[in-house]
Design a protein around this ligand. Structure first.
Ligand SMILES: [Zn+2]
Ligand SMILES: [Zn+2]
Length: 553
């Protein structure tokens, strides 16, 4: 790689929302930006988490100088606990980001020998071969940062996740003047959040949610208010608390991460509530419904979180019912619509009133829409641009937006996970590809690759079929009849017909094989499987998992 060049390797987050991770490299040294996880789709049976494939990084671990975190969301920090087992380098981030990350790393028992380096807004640090500047941005978690790397090729700006909220709850606005100054100096490469690049206009300020909540609370002075939101969304929690306190309600926190995050945010002076206004869930019955407000986890329908337990009547100390209004102060992440829908149904079944973002403005996104993205591009006026953090269509729309802001197509690259790019004074080019597939984590079984997952999908769709038989090789005869045992099949007429046909097909194939010679058990099993598989696939379009146990007696 030439001296005047900086290389970026995208390990995750380009083509999906989740598992964000990239590596910025110069003079043979590497700085990693974020190490996030992704939650599985419903058809990824038994998969708990999806990580970036870290092999490329691990092979170069001696050249990695640091991990820099843009903010405290799991899709940016959740894979750290796996990465740090192989790569123990200093981890940089804001106090809150590091606090969240450290909490998770401690839970996973890998925090002990790690070095955390706290940075504040606007701070500049020498990290590896780069001077890195930490620029405050607004997002749905406090203390989020954009990053500016000074490289041999010029300034590289990574937006992190951001929106341009001009009335943020903590008054900490995106540092627009600093971004403009970087733009004046000249930005060689911009990597920017594409999540809402399909959406025209501007994302509503977080503050607007407070107004909606206030109105809903005022209309319901006698009811118990239960509000679910992300536990990391400290500003949302603050607004719920403020509205509840205006009505002299006591606050009850439900959910482990809600309690832990509120504790940390209060310690860091990022969340303000008097201890006297917080009560333990055990004591909730001492208060009339109109005297309390519950703030809980589970707004994504997570089955083990507080809101799901409440919806099923499984929570200790609190049963929701006709006196309760439950507000889902959130928007389902794609893939979670079904589980969220079920929770909402169960809450209705329990006779609670349910309010969600589908019919009241009780949520605002943390990501910039087109209007803000245009502003961001205009401030930075990059020479080259790669959209990041988005599904493919989001990145395409973001690329088009960059074109419309005056960047010529040859200076905009749409990349996907595993792509490498190089930037120098003259422009941007693709520089290769590295392995960057999904790395599945199954909580009970450890790591998974694609194969068992594919089998689980087939099991789910087609069930399993066990073929058994006993043969006498010497007399070339089947002496224990071919029997099929099915799991995940219907018991009706149609499936019985299929099973009979398969039994006949396998019997015929085995008889032919026995007549033609004396194949061993392995061969007979393969013949039985092949015969069954062929008939099922060709005639009935079914692909059950086939197990054969043909024994030579
Ligand atoms: Zn985020
Ligand atoms: Zn994100």
């Amino acid at each position: 790689m030439a001296k005047d060049t900086v290389r970026v390797t995208f390990l995750g987050g380009l083509g999906e929302i989740g598992r964000n991770c990239c590596a910025i490299e110069q003079d043979g040294r590497i700085v990693v930006v974020d190490a996030g996880l992704m939650f599985p789709e419903p058809t990824m049976y038994g998969v708990d988490l999806i990580l970036p494939d870290f092999r490329w990084l691990i092979e170069r671990r001696d050249r990695v100088d640091a991990i820099v975190l843009t903010h405290g969301h799991e899709d940016h920090t959740g894979a750290l606990r796996y990465l740090v087992k192989d790569i123990n380098v200093p981890i940089y981030g804001s106090a809150l980001t590091l606090g969240f990350a450290r909490h998770r790393l401690t839970e996973a028992k890998v925090a002990k020998d790690l070095t955390f380096i706290e940075v504040s807004d606007g701070e500049k640090r020498k990290i590896g071969p780069f001077d890195v500047e930490f620029i405050p941005v607004t997002h749905s978690v406090p203390s989020a940062m954009a990053l500016a790397f000074r490289t041999n090729a010029g300034i590289v700006v990574h937006s992190g996740d951001f929106k341009l909220d001009l009335t943020p709850i903590d008054g900490r606005r995106t540092d627009i003047s600093r971004l403009a100054a970087l733009g004046d100096e000249g930005v060689a490469l911009l990597l920017a959040d594409s999540t809402n690049a399909e959406e025209p206009g501007f994302t509503a300020s977080e503050r607007s949610v407070g107004g909606a909540l206030r109105r809903l609370f005022l209309e319901r002075p006698e009811r118990r208010m239960v509000v679910a939101c992300f536990a990391s969304h400290i500003h949302r929690v603050q607004q719920i608390i403020n509205v509840a306190l205006e009505q002299h309600r006591k606050i009850v926190l439900m959910g482990r991460s809600m309690e832990a995050n509120v504790k940390l945010a209060r310690k860091l002076n990022l969340l303000h509530v008097d201890a006297a206004d917080l009560i333990d869930i055990e004591n909730i019955d001492r208060y009339a419904p109109g005297e309390v407000c519950v703030i809980c986890t589970g707004s994504q329908g997570e089955p083990l979180a507080a809101l799901s337990k409440l919806s099923r009547g499984d929570a200790r100390f609190l049963k929701v019912g006709a006196d309760d209004t439950v507000i889902l102060s959130s928007h389902p992440i794609p893939g979670n619509e079904w589980t969220v829908g079920r929770v909402i149904d169960d809450l209705h079944r329990a006779a609670a009133e349910v309010i969600h973002s589908g019919h009241e403005p009780v949520h605002a996104s943390g990501h910039a829409r087109q209007g803000e993205l245009r502003t961001f591009h205009q401030l930075l006026r990059p020479r080259n641009f790669v959209p990041v953090h988005g599904e493919y269509r989001h990145m395409v729309h973001h690329a088009e937006l960059a074109h419309s802001m005056g960047l010529s197509p040859k200076h905009v690259l749409i990349c996907e996970d595993g792509d490498q790019i190089e930037v120098n004074k003259t422009g941007i080019k693709r520089a290769g590809q590295v392995p960057a597939g999904f790395h599945y984590i199954d909580g009970s079984a450890g790591d998974l690759d694609e194969r068992p997952l594919e089998e689980r999908r087939m099991l789910a769709e087609f069930g399993v079929l066990q073929i058994s038989a006993g043969v006498d090789k010497d007399h070339a005869k089947i002496i224990q009849p071919v029997r099929l045992t099915a799991r995940g099949w219907f018991e009706g007429e149609q499936d019985r017909t299929v099973l009979d046909a398969v039994t006949n097909e396998v019997r015929a194939a085995l008889e032919v094989a026995l007549r033609e010679g004396a194949p061993d058990e392995d061969a007979l099993n393969k013949i039985a499987q092949r015969a069954a598989g062929r008939l099922l696939g060709q005639k009935y379009r079914r692909q059950p998992i086939l197990l054969a146990a043909v024994v030579v007696l």
